[in-house]
Each structure stands twice: as C-alpha cells, then as structure tokens.
Design a protein around this ligand. Structure first.
Ligand SMILES: O=C(O)C1=C[C@@H](OP(=O)(O)O)[C@@H](O)[C@H](O)C1
Ligand SMILES: C=C(OP(=O)(O)O)C(=O)O
Length: 449
C-alpha cells in the first residue's frame, strides 16, 4: 500500500435503491488480449485481434510492441474476414491487425503497473536487436520480477538490473536467445511461467521450465498460456496433459497468425454479478464463454455458494441474487484476482468468511490484503489478515472514504460495498482505467442513474 493522496478525487459510489435488473456488455479480457498481442507479434504472419480490450494495461503492451517494430493497426473492414461472424462489418476500431516485424532496440518500454507487461515483455526483448529499457510506475519496482530476470540469464540473456532483481532494467537483445532448461520459483506469480512459455517457440532450443517453489498461484492463467500457444501452432508438454508435475516444455517452432475474437473479461464482470447478489437482482453478461480458462468463470460457483443462482446459455450468463448473502470459506489461490470483489461481498454477508491461499496478493497492484482490511474496517467492518488471506466477520457498515491505492480492483470492491452502504466515496475511481476505463459510466448505467 502506498499513499494515494496524489489522487484526491472522490467519487460518490451510487447506492442501489432497489434490485438491479439489466444486461451489461463487458469489454475483452486483459489476460487474453495481452497474450494474443505477444503471440501475434512473435508469429511469422499477420493476425487479427477482434474486440481487444483497450485499457491502460493493453495499450501499454501494444505501444511497447509498436516501439520494437511491430505494426498494430486499427481496422475498419467490410470484408468477410473482418466481421464478427454475423456477416456484419465491425465498427471502426473494433479490431487490431498485428503485422509482425524484426524486433529492434534501442527503446524504452513503460510497463505502468501491468504485471503482464513487466513479465511477458522481457523475454520478447531478448529477441530484439538492441537494448530495451523497462521502467514503470513506482509500484512496478516493488513487484517481483527475479523469476523472469534470473531465468532469462540462465537461458542466455544479458540484463542490467543494478543487481536488484527488479525494475528498472535493460535487456540487451541480440536478436536471438539460446533457451533450454531453467528452474524457477514462481510461487509469487504465475506470470513468471507464462512469460517464459509465451516467447519460447522463438528461442533456439525452446524452453523447459521447472517450478521449484511451493504453491503455484493462478493455474488457470497458466492454462490460458498453454491453450493460446497451442492455438498458434506451438508444441507444449505440460503437467495437466500427462507431463511431469511442475514442468512445462515448449519446442522451437514458427507461430501462425490467427484471427482471434477476445472473450469478455470475466474478472471485470465480477462487480456486476456482485451487484445482482447484493441487491437481490438480476444481471446478464452476454457472450460469457461456455468453455474458458479465465479464472472469473469460478464466480459462477463462488457467488452461487454465497447466495445467488445462475444460468449459462450460448447467449451469456444470467446471475440472480436471492436477497440473502452468505459467508464462504474458500481457497482463492487459483483465482487470486477475484479476492477484492469477494471480500467486498463477504463484508455484507449474514455469516463470516475465510478467504485463503492468496498470500501473494501482498505483491499485486498494492498489498491487497492490507488495503482491504484497512478500508473495510474504516467503514466499520471487522476484517483481519491471516498468513495467507482474510477473515471477514460482517458488521453493519457506515459511509466514508474508500481508498484505492492505485488498484483497479480496490475501486470496484468499494463500489460493491457502496451499493448497500450509503455515503461511500471512492478515492481515485479513475484507477479502474487499468483494465476497465468505462467502469464509472457502466456502474451508474447499470443502476439506471
Ligand atoms: O497471467 C495473467 O494474465 C495473470 C495472472 C495472475 O497473476 P499472479 O499469478 O501474479 O497472481 C493474475 O492475478 C493477473 O491479474 C493476471
Ligand atoms: C493482479 C492483477 O494484475 P497484473 O496483471 O498487473 O498482475 C489484477 O488485474 O488483478
């Protein structure tokens, strides 16, 4: 947690006067968009990215790849290849055409506070011809990166990081990387594994990554990496399809250009589903995928256990609240990014909750365990930190300022509480631009305000 007094703007979180009943179209997944950009940039032919997320994290990724030589064009096309499948041309700016090119330095990459940018791009930079300097928000200096830096050195890269194992740093790309075997401890972030795998088809020997630490968080995100690599033609051996436990192997190969439509971001759907739960209403999210590796899909089960019910059809997900909210004991290690929204709902429940398996959230956009504890307690709540999570005993809450510490999910968590508690003001709601720039308008729109 850092002092956020530099963003003093307060946003009065709308209070719900009744049950919500609405449909909310959620923009594309951050995690899918940023993986797709990296894979398209490394492929041997142009590709399309339809309905990409346009937010701070994904624009930083696109800008960095452009600076290294990749062309990413906004497209408006009336050809059949540029439709959404219905034969109707997509609106201007609905798709990106990615045209790969030899990567080059010298460039400076701004990673902001995007884990995907600071972890996924250094391996890409080893393939550039010239130095690529990485810098970002002050918080990016504190987020773990050693797993990527040390691994790349073992695989043949030259990196100047002032010996600190964190940003800022310079990757001295030489146009190619040997690759090979490497052991890493990815217990602080699954993104270390994803980062090494995503660029590995372009390493001379591919890669074998062995995770040697204890818990490995966010497995669905590693599955997403493996699935997306396979979809562009990479050969991947991994534990879940018969490979050795904790070992991933990617063979060297050319990658295909793809035409990919990005799924809605299910973690960004979370506050809207929470609104149905908190107000005893109903929210439909169109295009919720029937099969997905996104961790947000776990919300169907988690929010059902907390008192709602849902129906998933090929048109989308409809989630209905019952008017009652129950506490939950749940290990969120696989789906850590859902923790702030679940904690907010749990603070409004009729029984206590224990959220576990998320010690690594202390190194996310902010220390999320400390931030949630402090902010919910300042509204009258009773939250305590455990070694690996939170214990939440619901109490009547009152209004007040909800600080966000430059964390988009803190802002949406505070807004969920504001639905049920009058007088909650969110400090720096604009921080939602990291992954959902239209959040304030979408939220008031949902409430018919
Ligand atoms: O690979 C990804 O796209 C992500 C992996 C997870 O990171 P951690 O494993 O560091 O929690 C998740 O929390 C983050 O929001 C996105
Ligand atoms: C942890 C998150 O983001 P990042 O990709 O910056 O790690 C998140 O979005 O909850």
């Amino acid at each position: 947690m850092t002092d956020s007094a530099v963003h003093p703007a307060l946003w009065p979180a709308p209070h719900a006067s009744g049950a919500v009943d609405t449909t909310v179209t959620v923009p594309g997944s951050k995690s899918v968009t940023n993986r797709a950009l990296v894979l398209a940039a490394l492929s041997s032919e142009p590709g399309w990215l339809r309905r990409p997320l346009r937010s701070r994290d994904t624009l930083l990724m696109a800008d960095a790849l452009r600076a290294m030589g990749v062309r990413i064009e906004e497209t408006v096309s009336s050809s059949s290849a540029a439709t959404d499948g219905s034969g109707v041309p997509e609106a201007a700016g609905e798709a990106w055409r990615v045209i790969p090119a030899p990567l080059h330095g010298p460039v400076t990459v701004d990673v902001g506070n995007a884990g995907t940018v600071m972890r996924f791009l250094p391996p890409v930079a080893t393939l550039a011809d010239g130095p690529v300097r990485f810098d970002g928000d002050p918080r990016s200096y504190e987020r773990p990166l050693t797993g990527v830096i040390d691994a790349l050195r073992v695989l043949g890269a030259r990196i100047d990081d002032d010996s600190r194992g964190s940003l800022p740093m310079t990757v001295h790309g030489s146009g190619a990387l040997d690759g090979g075997r490497v052991a890493i401890d990815a217990s602080s972030s699954s993104q270390f594994v994803s980062a090494l795998l995503l660029s590995a088809p372009r390493f001379n020997q591919g890669v074998e990554v062995r995770h040697t630490g204890d818990r490995l968080p966010s497995m669905p995100h590693i599955r997403m990496t493996v699935d997306m690599l396979r979809a562009v033609g990479a050969q991947v051996d991994e534990p879940e399809t018969g490979g050795e436990p904790n070992v991933w192997r990617v063979s060297p190969s050319a990658l295909l250009g793809r035409d990919l439509t990005v799924e809605p971001d299910l973690s960004n759907a979370q506050p809207f589903l929470a609104a149905a739960l908190v107000t005893g209403g109903r929210v439909t999210i169109p295009d919720w995928p029937l099969r997905t590796t996104q961790p947000g899909d776990a919300l169907r089960e988690i929010f059902t256990a907390m008192g709602g019910s849902c129906e998933l059809t090929e048109h989308g997900l409809t989630f209905t609240g019952s008017g009652r909210i129950h506490g939950i004991d749940v290990d969120l290690g696989e789906v850590g990014e859902l923790t702030p929204g679940i904690a907010a709902v749990a603070a409004l429940a009729d029984s206590p909750s224990t959220l576990s398996g998320v010690a690594h959230l202390r190194l996310h956009e902010t220390d999320r365990l400390a931030a949630l504890t402090k902010e919910i307690n300042e509204l009258g709540g009773d939250v305590t930190e455990t070694a690996d999570g939170l214990r939440i005993r619901p109490r009547p809450l009152h209004g007040g300022t909800f600080h966000t510490y430059d964390d988009h999910r803190m802002a949406t968590a505070g807004s969920i509480i504001g639905l049920a508690v009058p007088g909650v003001e969110i400090e720096n709601v604009a921080t939602t631009a990291k992954t959902l720039p239209d959040f304030p308008q979408m939220w008031t729109g949902m409430l018919g305000a």
